[in-house]
Design a protein around this ligand. Structure first.
Ligand SMILES: Cc1cc2nc3c(=O)[nH]c(=O)nc-3n(C[C@H](O)[C@H](O)[C@H](O)COP(=O)(O)OP(=O)(O)OC[C@H]3O[C@@H](n4cnc5c(N)ncnc54)[C@H](O)[C@@H]3O)c2cc1C
Length: 452
């Protein structure tokens, strides 16, 4: 499901269903979950192990925050519904509002795709700024509190062993405390300990899929002339495993992230970064690095070994009083920029699951709603990763046929703005991948042309 296929947020559909909800993890998924829960619980407490910064700054618990983060339209649109005026807040805080159809240069299958007629704003900022603006909006809601420098150590169970009734936390002084809650939402990310905890308490672990890609990101910040809004996304395309996402961000800078799959990794030094950028089929990014001052201290690196999906919706039994959301369920090859938007759409599904029945069987209703959100994003990223024969793991059925179709479509989109629009709406999670199989689109892809 995408933003076009999930009903809109409507707070009037949700009744108060409990006194206290706890969200563990104060990153993007946790902030969205807490926003939705604030409609249904008198109090919501966000528990975060990091000290929460009082200005936009990278933090230890979100190491990916040093790297490029694109906020796709599905995520922006959902955040706008949850926090009216959110996009303006981002821009006031310094984010760049670029036009996806003109400023964003998307290169795949040997050329740039054509400019579409579909004007879509894309708000470009550092990840710490996006999180900071979201946190500021959440903190302004009555009943929401943050306990930072506070670590989840254990869920609390009732005597029957079927219901989570709170959490045990440890603060920065080492003191532990039990915090009661009617609902606990695990948003601790990819390294969540919920699967092991379930196994230790007589439940099944969620089935797990891993698709290995051996990806590494290297990132620098570069000075940017204030009026230069150019953004570049060069996709990896076999046999070239190298790519870049380069975006204009706040404070007159570009964030330049270079990445490489399957061992062809970008180096961690500036000279090596420049050489790597020069090897890309688009010379603009190397020129950005060469012609402008580097303003970051050094090169930040981040390894991302595999796409990871935990199929919680397949569990027959799951404790009451507990839900998991965000990267805890699935994390995707970041070059497709989906994670924050998937978290936002999952938050929207949590809202609808609460509206449909309150706390009773909430996890079952939520996981059923979340499956297609996760699977859409999974099929886009994993499907594309399987263009490389070195990619290993469970391949979604039909991937090879779909990849041949998408390859032809992308080549046609070099000259066809309608196809470029259609593709862009799928990549930004506004429309489901099946929208690319509408007869009007299929005809444009398969009709013979002089060049394909
Ligand atoms: C290199 C990279 C680039 C990315 N680029 C993009 C992009 O362009 N666009 C996009 O939308 N997404 C991107 N993503 C994905 C995005 O960062 C995540 O999907 C998004 O942050 C949502 O994650 P989350 O909140 O579920 O988990 P996380 O961001 O991992 O946050 C987990 C939080 O839980 C806290 N925590 C963990 N354990 C405990 C504990 N025991 N007690 C208390 N707190 C705890 C952590 O400190 C942290 O704050 C990227 C990811 C990576 C790795």
């Amino acid at each position: 499901m995408t933003v076009a296929t999930i009903p809109e947020y409507d707070h009037s559909n949700v009744a108060m269903v409990g006194e206290h909800a706890v969200v563990v993890g104060g990153s993007m998924a946790g902030l969205v979950a807490a926003r939705v829960l604030a409609d249904a619980f008198e109090r919501v407490t966000v528990i975060e192990r990091d000290a929460f910064p009082d200005e936009p700054r990278p933090r230890r618990g979100v190491p990916q925050g040093n790297h490029v983060h694109a906020l796709l339209e599905a995520g922006r649109d959902t955040l706008e519904d949850l926090f009216p005026g959110y996009s303006d807040d981002l821009v006031s805080a310094g984010a760049m509002d670029i036009d996806l159809s003109t400023d964003f240069n998307f290169y795949d299958e040997g050329d740039f795709v054509a400019s579409g007629s579909h004007h879509v704003s894309m708000y470009c900022a550092t990840r710490p700024l996006i999180e900071y603006v979201t946190w500021r909006r959440l903190a302004a809601i009555d009943g929401v509190a943050l306990r930072d420098e506070c670590h989840l150590t254990e869920y609390l169970m009732d005597d029957t062993g079927t219901t989570v009734v709170g959490v045990t936390v440890r603060d920065e002084t080492g003191t532990t405390e039990e915090v009661e809650a009617d609902l606990v939402v695990d948003c601790t990310g990819r390294t969540s300990s919920t699967p092991e905890w379930l196994a230790d308490h007589g439940y099944r672990r969620p089935p797990r899929d891993e698709v290995e890609i051996d990806l590494v990101y290297s990132t620098i910040l570069v000075e940017r002339p204030p009026t230069d809004m150019r953004a570049f996304h060069v996709m990896p395309c076999p046999p070239r495993a190298r790519s870049t996402v380069t975006l204009p961000i706040e404070d007159d800078r570009w964030v330049v992230t270079l990445s490489g799959l399957h061992g062809d990794h970008p180096p961690a030094d500036l000279d090596g970064m420049l050489e790597f950028a020069k090897s890309l089929p688009v010379d603009a990014v190397a020129r950005i690095i060469e012609d402008h001052e580097i303003v970051s201290d050094g090169v930040e690196q981040y390894p991302f070994p595999a796409n990871l999906r935990r199929r919680y919706w397949e569990l027959e039994r799951f404790p009451d009083g507990l839900v998991v959301l965000g990267d805890t369920i699935a994390s995707f090859n970041p070059i497709y920029g989906q994670g924050m938007s998937v978290a936002a759409l999952e938050g929207l599904q949590l809202h609808h699951a609460l509206a449909a029945g309150g706390r009773d069987d909430l996890a079952v209703r939520f996981f059923n709603r979340v499956e297609s959100v996760v699977d859409n994003a999974w099929n886009v990223s994993v499907g594309s990763d399987f263009r490389f024969e070195e990619t290993t793991g469970p391949k979604p059925p039909g991937t090879d046929i779909l990849n041949r179709y998408l390859s032809r479509m992308t080549r046609k989109a070099h000259d066809d703005g309608t196809l470029a629009d259609a593709y862009s709406r799928v990549v930004t999670m506004e429309e489901p991948p099946t929208s690319l199989l509408r007869p009007s689109i299929v005809w444009r892809v398969v009709k013979p042309s002089l060049t394909t």
